[in-house]
Design a binder for this molecule. Structure first.
Ligand SMILES: [Zn+2]
Length: 447
C-alpha cells in the first residue's frame, strides 16, 4: 500500500514537471480480453509484458454501454442497472449471472472510447438519438494530425469502424467500408477481410466483398484508383513496415491481408480447436502479423510533423474467447503483446515518452475466463503451469461480460488518468470508465 502510494506520488511529481503535450497518441485494444486473458498469455510465455513496469499507470476500466437496445432509443439516459457495480460483480452466488448480462458490444465500446459518449449496442459513432458523434479521428484531423486504424480482423469491423466511421449499425459492413475509403479522411487502414481469400489464406472461387465495401470499391482499391496506395501481399506489408514500399506518390495507405476474417485465429486445426495448444496448428502463410502492420502504420503516420492518432487492435482475441479456444486466445494475445513491444521500441526512438502517449486496454471481457475449477468455484484463479504450458483455466460463457478490463498507460499526459479513477473495485483496485480514455486523449493531445 505504501509502495503504491509512493509510486503514485512519484508519477504526480513527474507529471507536474512534464507538460501533457502528446504529439502522437497510440491506443491499443485487445478485443474481448479481460484480466485473465492478459494473465494467461503472461503465464504461457513467462515473459514480463512490456506494459508491466513501474513507469506505467495500471488501472482497471469499466465498459458497460448506455442501454441494451440494438438501435437508438431517443432517450440518451443511462440504464442504471447495467452500470458496473463491484458488489454485484463479485457476488459468489450471483456474480457470474450479473456479469453475463448487460455487457457492451464492440461497436458501443469503440464508440465510447472514440467519442467519450456511451450509446446503444451496434452503434458505430452514433448517439442514442441516432446522430453522428465527433470522434478522436475527426478531432485529431482538425488539429492537423494524421490518423490510422490497424486490426487483425476485417478493417471495417466494429472496433476500427467505431474509431473513424458513423453508422446506425455495425452490420452494415459495405456502407461502413465505403465511408472509410471515400469519406472518412483516415490516412492508414490495415486489416483482414480480403474478398478472394478464406480462413486458411487460400484463394476462393467466389468472392465475398462486403468487408471491403463491395466488388466495385475493391476494384477501385486494387486498381490504385482511390486516394489510397493499396497493398495486400505479405511482401508489400513488410516493405511498408521497413519504409521501402513505393507509395506511388500517395500519402495514404490501405492494406487488406490475403485472408478471410482473421489473420490466424480462424484457420482450421487438428481435432478440437478449443483444446489445441498454442501454435500446434501451422500458421497461415502469406499474411503479416499485427506487429508488422503496426510498424507499417507508424512509417506512414510519422511523416506528419504535427503528429498522429493511431488505433491498433488485437481483434481476434475476442473471436477465440467467443469460441472458447484457449490456445488460439493465447496466440492472439501474444501477437498483440508483440505489437505493443514494437510500438514501445518505436516510441523510444521517436521522441520518447514526453512526445508520445500509449494506452493499452480492452473494450470488454469475453468468455468469463477463470481458473480450472471456476464452473463450481466462482472466481477460481488461473493456475500457472510454467513456460510453454497451457495455464489451468476454463471458460464460463461464450459471449461478452461486464467484467472490468485492464488499462495500462504511459507517456505524455498519462498521469491524468489517476484523477479520473475515482471508484475502487475490491479486487481490481481503482478504475476509470471507457469514456475516460477519450477524455484522457483529448487532454493529452490538446484536441
Ligand atoms: Zn469487442
Amino acid at each position: 500500500m505504501v509502495r503504491r502510494l509512493l509510486s503514485a506520488l512519484l508519477l504526480l511529481a513527474v507529471a507536474a514537471l512534464a507538460p501533457a503535450g502528446a504529439k502522437n497518441v497510440i491506443l491499443m485494444i485487445a478485443d474481448g480480453s479481460g484480466f485473465n486473458s492478459f494473465d494467461a498469455a503472461r503465464m504461457y510465455s513467462q515473459a514480463k509484458p512490456v506494459y508491466d513496469g513501474p513507469e506505467w499507470i495500471r488501472l482497471a476500466c469499466s465498459t458497460h454501454p448506455l442501454n441494451l437496445s440494438s438501435k437508438p432509443t431517443n432517450s440518451g439516459k443511462q440504464t442504471r442497472s447495467i452500470v458496473y457495480d463491484p458488489a454485484k460483480a463479485w457476488s459468489l452466488t450471483e456474480g457470474y449471472a450479473w456479469l453475463k448480462s448487460g455487457a457492451t458490444d464492440s461497436a458501443a465500446a469503440a464508440t465510447a472510447l472514440a467519442t467519450g459518449v456511451k450509446t446503444y449496442n451496434n452503434s458505430i459513432g452514433m448517439s442514442d438519438f441516432g446522430k453522428p458523434l465527433t470522434n478522436l479521428h475527426q478531432l485529431a484531423k482538425a488539429s492537423g494530425r494524421s490518423t490510422g486504424v490497424v486490426t487483425t480482423v476485417p478493417w471495417s469491423h466494429a472496433t476500427p469502424a467505431g474509431m473513424v466511421a458513423h453508422n446506425l449499425s455495425r452490420n452494415n459492413y459495405a456502407e461502413i467500408a465505403n465511408e472509410m475509403v471515400f469519406r472518412s479522411g483516415v490516412d492508414v487502414i490495415l486489416g483482414a477481410g480480403h474478398p478472394w481469400y478464406d480462413a486458411k489464406a487460400e484463394r476462393k472461387k467466389v468472392p465475398t466483398a462486403d468487408f471491403v465495401g463491395g466488388l466495385e470499391t475493391f476494384r477501385l482499391l486494387a486498381g490504385q484508383k482511390t486516394p489510397f496506395r493499396y497493398l495486400e501481399s505479405l511482401e508489400e506489408f513488410e516493405k511498408l513496415a521497413n519504409g521501402t514500399l513505393d507509395l506511388m506518390g500517395k500519402t495514404r495507405v490501405l492494406g487488406t491481408a490475403r485472408v478471410g476474417e482473421t489473420l490466424q485465429q480462424g484457420r482450421p486445426g487438428k481435432g478440437d480447436v478449443k483444446t489445441r495448444p498454442p501454435f500446434a496448428d501451422p500458421l497461415n502463410q502469406g499474411v503479416p502479423n499485427l506487429a508488422t502492420m503496426a510498424r507499417g502504420a507508424l512509417q506512414v503516420l510519422a511523416r506528419n510533423p504535427k503528429g498522429f492518432f493511431l488505433m491498433i487492435e488485437g481483434g481476434a482475441v475476442d473471436w477465440a474467447n467467443h469460441a472458447n479456444q484457449m490456445g488460439r486466445m493465447i496466440e492472439e494475445q501474444l501477437d498483440f503483446n508483440d505489437a505493443v513491444a514494437t510500438v514501445v521500441r518505436w516510441i523510444e526512438r521517436n521522441g520518447g515518452w514526453s512526445k508520445n502517449l500509449l494506452i493499452v486496454t480492452a473494450d470488454h471481457e469475453t468468455g468469463l475466463l477463470w481458473g480450472p475449477n471456476s464452473a463450481t468455484k466462482p472466481f477460481d484463479p488461473l493456475v500457472d503451469n510454467g513456460p510453454g504450458k497451457m495455464p489451468g483455466m476454463a471458460f464460463n460463457y461464450t459471449s461478452h461480460t461486464r467484467s472490468l478490463v485492464p488499462l495500462f498507460a504511459r507517456g505524455a499526459g498519462a498521469v491524468q488518468l489517476l484523477e479520473f479513477a475515482k471508484r475502487t473495485d475490491p479486487v481490481r483496485g481503482p478504475y476509470v470508465d471507457n469514456t475516460d480514455v477519450f477524455r484522457l486523449i483529448v487532454h493529452a493531445a490538446e484536441l
